[in-house]
Structure formats: structure tokens, C-alpha cells
Design a protein around this ligand. Structure first.
Ligand SMILES: Cc1ncc(C[n+]2csc(CCOP(=O)(O)OP(=O)(O)O)c2C)c(N)n1
Ligand SMILES: CC(=O)[C@@H](O)[C@H](O)COP(=O)(O)O
Ligand SMILES: [Mg+2]
Length: 625
């Protein structure tokens, strides 16, 4: 049987024994393995194909885990995982109890920093470098950051600090001109200039040659000459931006030329102080469809939908927004580098002047919305729940205190599935509900999502509409869209034995649980679609609590969630009631399918039935005594 080089790599140290031609063979094998494996499991695709040579070169030149390699976002770390003893786990990628889709410290000593969100690598690597210095150690620290992630404010803050400290740190900028979709912004334009202007490369070579010829004689003269050299460099040598931050800039270098990469890394490794190595790579390299449409192959494309009426919540949000925007010219959409994920591709085409991709910059996006709102615009901040965490102070300081009418379209709220801990939308209710002036709602289905968006624009205050990752059956909405009464829950099913207070997609689970409770246990459950977490329908909650025990069901953290709001309401009204809360317990939810993880949390029909049954049994026992 034919064996491959890759099969025999269990430790990156083994790469040191391979010559360049063997490494080139290995690169081909890695690509083939990656394509086959991700086609089976799904996962992040294009970014990994783009760093095959880089990852091989890094593990050949550096000595992981003693040398620290820190990946930004981490969606491109699959090859790193393959080369560090985890190749056999790829069939379990992003599945429950399987290999994680991002680096995780508990998974391997080679994963130096847990990640999933963008723009953290330079800060984390700098922390590691400073710890090394304080402990008088001598290893290398390397951060690998993409051109998209570099647009994040944190990356700039870290460059600023690293340049100030001046310690040994290598930052590798993996520039493929792409974020998930095309990278945007002035910095991106600057990188394009560095990459593509042949005169830069020519001038750089000429100047370096000229500088080498200038003789260094005598101290005073040397200083003058050095100043002259620096001046010349600043005029014509690319990388001025990074040099101004205190980094030595190297590049641009072809990130797919393995021999060149090996030499460049070996040289760069000898340099002292902060160094930025600018690599030019291609997202999707080696897989033509991904090379031609890197945005579509950021992750392996999901199977085509069979039923045309099945749409993602993101699509329903964006279509509704387009309808509303046609009627109201003040509506604008703002997204932090998530045009396709948020469903905004069509909106961006229809309203190019009213759709703003601000790059990976959630903090800026929030305050940008605030500014728009002060001028009478109606900004919609389309953001994943997990990434909204980045903008908490902006939410309070820039939006809520001034009671500005920003609509937060909070996508991926609840369990997201295969991305795991870093991406679960667990906390938004807890962190938003505590802020004065905020309204928080969650639709049970597509129709309600449309109604809630329309309702949000009737309020002259900040509003969160949260909705899950997933698909919904959708019919053409009745027009005009019904405006909901703010703070009013809806009783979906009358009952007398137990009240199931549910939020979002959990309403359907509760309805099915009520059917089962009646059929199998003769328990009549009342089902309430809470709709609003804030303001809470306290009248409805108290009416339920006075007559029956309560089970709350939500796809959100229990601490601070909708159930917590119900319990606060009872405490404030001095009403004693038996309440069982179902939701995300005080632990991070790992990766796995959405279904698997909801099951683990008891957020299923059976989970609700069990909880309701046991509450009713407790009450029967109390009454029997
Ligand atoms: C704070 C944050 N916002 C948004 C995202 C979603 N996201 C994941 S990868 C990515 C693009 C990153 O682009 P780049 O760093 O250039 O890496 P590439 O995929 O091009 O290799 C985005 C926007 C994220 N992970 N974290
Ligand atoms: C790495 C990252 O943050 C994104 O690529 C994320 O995985 C996208 O998630 P969705 O698939 O839910 O859009
Ligand atoms: Mg990129």
C-alpha cells in the first residue's frame, strides 16, 4: 500500500529531517488531505489552503512548542493541527467531542492561545514575549495575522505597544486581500499598493543597493549617514506604516514559494526587535473553485436547500430590511466584515450607499451607528451575538446613555454549533438586559422576525432583535407588517397545570412538549411566547405564577437570561412560585452540531417534558403532605 509522507508526521520536529523537495511533496499531500477531509466534515476551507506553505515553513524553521506560534482567528490552523499529531482526528472535526475547529490550549501544547475571534494574536504574542523576557528565556514568539484581522482595532493597539516595547517579536501578515468577503478599508488599500506596485519593489531594491554602497566612516558622519538612510527609506521603501509603529518591515514575499519562505524566515529569525513579515498568499490556493470565489469557499459550502421556502433567519432579516429601507430612506445597514454571513449581500447591491462594511471593527461599528443616529438616520447594526461582545462599552456609553435609536440585528443568538465556545451566542441577553433604555426581543419564527424588525423602527430608542443560526419555513409576509405591542407576551396554548414560558425557537419546542405532556401524562401546559425579554410582560408572568409552576425555556445563559428576568419579576412582586429554568448553564458550550448541543443542555421536547413533569410531581407531593 502506498503511504504518504504526511501519514508519518506526528511531530513537527520531523520536518527538520526533510529536504526542500520533500517539503514540496508534503505541501501537495497536505492540500489533498485538506480538500478530502473538509469535503466530508465541512469546516473552514479557503484560509487553510492559503497557508499550507507558511505552516510547513513555520514548523520547519521554528521549534514548536518551545517557540510560540500564535494564530489569529484560528480558522486557518488546520494544517498546524495536522502537523502536530492530530491528523487522525480530522474525521471528527467540529463534531461533539471531536477535534475543535480552532486552536485550543487544552487540545495540544502546540496551541499556544485559544482563539476564534479576530485581531487578538499580536496582543497575546506580545504578552508571551514580555513574559519570556521577564523570565530570562530566549525562545521565539510569532503571531500570524490575516489582512482582515489586521483591520481590527486591537491589532493596532498591539502594534503600537509592541513598537514601544521593542522586544523580539515576529508578526507575519498573511495578506490574501480577503476577509470573509473582499477586505475593505484604507489599510487594505495600502497593502494593495505595497503588493502590486512594481515600482515599489524596484525602488526598494535600488535604494537598498545604494545604501549598501554608502561608506560608514567616523561616528558623527555615520550618524548623519544613518539619518540620511532612514530618510531615504521613509521616502521610497515600502512598509513605512509598519516602520512608523517601530517594526522592521520585510516583504512583500510570495507566501506560496516554499524555498523563499524558508530562507526568509531563517533570516528574519536572526533579527532583533519587532519584525513584520508581509506575505502575499491566495485564499483557496490549489482548489480552482475556491481560488475563483474565495468568499464562497471561506467555509466549505453547505448543501443546497431542497425546499425553496426554507430560508436562514439572516436572509429573512435582510430581505425585510430591504423592504423597510425602500420605504424609509433613513435606514442604513452597518456590518463588521460580515456581509454574506448576515445575509446582506443583496442589500449591499440594492443600497450600495446605505450599506457599510466597516471591517473587523465591532467597536467602531457601534459608535459609527451612534453617530448616524444623532443625525436622524436609522442605523441597523447587523452583528453576530458573539461579536457584539466586543462593543459593550459602546453599547452603554455611546448608544444607550444617549438613548439613540440604533437597531441591533443580533444574529447567531443561542447555540451556533460547530464553531463552539468562542462563537456561541450565549451572553447577549444577560449583557444587554442590564442596560437602561434597551428593548430586547426574540422572534419565534420568520413572521415574527419581520414583525419585530418593523416594530423596532417604531421605537425611538436602542432595540435588540436577536435571532438564531438556522433556517425557517417562510411564506410571503402579509403587508403591511403587523407592529407588535412592546412588552406583550403571547399565549400560544392555554393550560392550568404548568406554564412553559419560552423564547424564540424554544416556543415551538414548548408547544410540542405541551402536546406530549397532555398525551402521555395528562398534564395541561400553558405555553407562553415571551417575545420580549425587556420590557418583560410582568402581568403575564405574575398571572402564570399565581396559578401554576413555571418552566422557562431559552437559548441563552441562565445567569441574567429571560428566566432570570422572570425570577426577578416574582421577587420584586413578592410572589412565591416554583420555577425551573432551562437554558445555558454556567459553563461554556463546546463545538458540536446545534442539535447535539441543545440536547446536552436539555433544550429539547423531552428536556422540557422532564422539567415540567418533575415540577408538577414536586407540587403533588407538597400538597399530599
Ligand atoms: C471579532 C471578530 N469579528 C468577525 C469575525 C468573523 N471572521 C472570521 S474570519 C474573518 C475574516 C478574517 O480575514 P483574515 O484575517 O484576512 O483571514 P483570512 O480568512 O483571509 O485568512 C472574519 C471577519 C471574527 N472571527 N471575529
Ligand atoms: C471564523 C469565523 O468567525 C467565521 O468564519 C464563522 O465561523 C462564521 O460562522 P457562520 O458559519 O455562522 O457564518
Ligand atoms: Mg485575509
Amino acid at each position: 500500500m502506498l503511504t504518504t509522507l504526511l501519514e508519518h508526521i506526528h511531530d513537527p520536529k520531523q520536518l527538520k529531517a526533510l529536504d526542500t523537495s520533500q517539503l514540496l511533496v508534503l505541501a501537495t499531500e497536505v492540500r489533498a488531505f485538506l480538500v478530502k477531509s473538509i469535503a466530508e466534515t465541512g469546516g473552514h476551507f479557503g484560509a487553510n489552503l492559503g497557508v499550507v506553505e507558511l505552516t510547513l515553513a513555520l514548523h520547519r524553521v521554528f521549534d514548536s512548542p518551545n517557540d510560540k506560534i500564535v494564530w489569529d482567528v484560528g480558522h486557518q490552523a488546520y494544517i498546524h493541527k495536522m502537523l502536530t499529531g492530530r491528523q487522525g482526528l480530522f474525521p471528527t472535526l467540529r463534531q461533539k467531542d471531536g477535534l475543535a475547529g480552532f486552536p485550543k490550549r487544552e487540545e495540544s501544547d502546540h496551541d499556544q492561545f485559544g482563539v476564534g475571534h479576530a485581531s487578538t494574536s499580536i496582543s497575546a504574542a506580545l504578552g508571551m514575549a514580555v513574559a519570556r523576557d521577564l523570565k530570562h528565556q530566549h525562545h521565539h514568539v510569532v503571531a500570524v495575522i490575516g489582512d482582515g484581522a489586521l483591520t481590527g482595532g486591537m491589532a493596532m493597539e498591539a502594534l503600537n505597544h509592541a513598537g514601544h516595547l521593542g522586544t523580539n517579536l515576529m508578526v507575519i501578515l498573511n495578506d490574501n486581500e480577503m476577509s470573509i468577503s473582499e477586505n475593505v478599508g484604507a489599510l487594505s488599500r495600502y497593502l494593495t499598493k505595497l503588493r502590486s506596485d512594481p515600482s515599489y519593489a524596484r525602488m526598494k531594491a535600488d535604494v537598498e543597493q545604494l545604501l549598501r554602497r554608502v561608506p560608514a566612516i567616523g561616528n558623527r558622519l555615520t550618524n548623519t549617514i544613518e539619518r540620511f538612510k532612514d530618510g531615504l527609506r521613509n521616502i521610497v521603501v515600502p512598509g513605512q506604516f509598519f516602520e512608523a509603529f517601530g517594526f522592521r518591515y520585510l516583504g512583500p514575499v510570495d507566501g506560496h514559494n516554499l524555498p523563499l519562505l524558508l530562507n526568509t524566515l531563517e533570516d528574519a529569525k536572526q533579527l532583533k526587535g519587532p519584525v513584520l513579515l508581509h506575505l502575499v498568499t491566495e485564499k483557496g490556493k490549489g482548489y480552482p473553485s475556491a481560488e475563483n470565489a474565495p468568499d464562497k469557499f471561506h467555509a466549505w459550502p453547505s448543501a443546497k436547500k431542497g425546499d425553496k421556502r426554507l430560508k436562514s433567519y439572516s436572509q429573512i432579516f435582510a430581505e425585510t430590511l430591504s423592504d423597510l429601507a425602500r420605504a424609509d430612506r433613513s435606514i442604513v445597514a452597518v456590518t463588521p466584515a460580515m456581509v454574506p454571513g448576515s445575509g446582506l449581500t443583496g442589500f449591499a447591491v440594492d443600497f450600495p450607499d446605505r450599506c457599510f462594511d466597516v471591517g473587523i471593527a465591532e467597536q467602531h461599528a457601534a459608535t459609527f451607528c451612534a453617530g448616524l443616529a444623532t443625525q436622524g438616520m436609522r442605523p441597523v447594526f447587523a452583528v453576530y451575538s458573539t461579536f457584539l461582545q466586543r462593543a459593550y462599552d459602546q453599547l452603554i456609553h455611546d448608544i444607550a446613555i444617549q438613548n439613540l435609536p440604533v437597531v441591533f440585528a443580533v444574529d447567531r443568538a443561542g447555540i451556533v454549533g460547530p464553531d463552539g465556545e468562542t462563537h456561541q451566542g450565549a451572553f447577549d441577553i444577560s449583557f444587554v438586559r442590564t442596560i437602561p433604555n434597551m428593548t430586547v426581543m426574540m422572534p419565534k419564527d420568520a413572521i415574527e422576525l419581520r414583525q419585530m424588525l418593523a416594530t423596532a423602527f417604531t421605537l425611538n430608542a436602542p432595540v435588540v432583535v436577536r435571532y438564531p443560526r438556522g433556517e425557517e419555513m417562510t411564506e410571503e409576509p402579509a403587508k403591511p407588517l403587523e407592529i407588535l405591542e412592546v412588552g406583550k407576551a403571547k399565549i400560544e396554548r392555554e393550560g392550568t397545570d404548568v406554564a412553559l414560558l419560552a423564547l424564540g425557537p424554544m416556543v415551538e419546542i414548548a408547544v410540542q412538549a405541551a402536546d406530549k405532556l397532555l398525551a402521555d401524562h395528562d398534564i395541561r401546559a400553558q405555553v407562553v411566547n415571551m417575545r420580549f425579554v425587556k420590557p418583560l410582560d410582568t402581568e403575564c408572568v405574575l398571572a402564570c405564577a399565581r396559578n401554576m409552576p413555571i418552566v422557562t425555556v431559552e437559548e441563552a445563559a441562565l445567569i441574567g437570561g429571560m428566566g432570570a428576568a422572570v425570577v426577578e419579576c416574582l421577587a420584586d412582586a413578592h410572589v412565591c412560585a416554583k420555577v425551573q429554568r432551562l437554558g445555558i448553564t454556567d459553563a461554556f458550550v463546546a463545538h458540536g452540531s446545534r442539535g447535539d448541543m441543545l440536547k446536552e443542555l436539555g433544550l429539547t421536547v423531552d428536556g422540557v417534558v422532564q422539567a415540567a413533569k418533575s415540577l408538577c410531581r414536586q407540587i403533588d407531593q407538597t400538597e399530599a403532605h
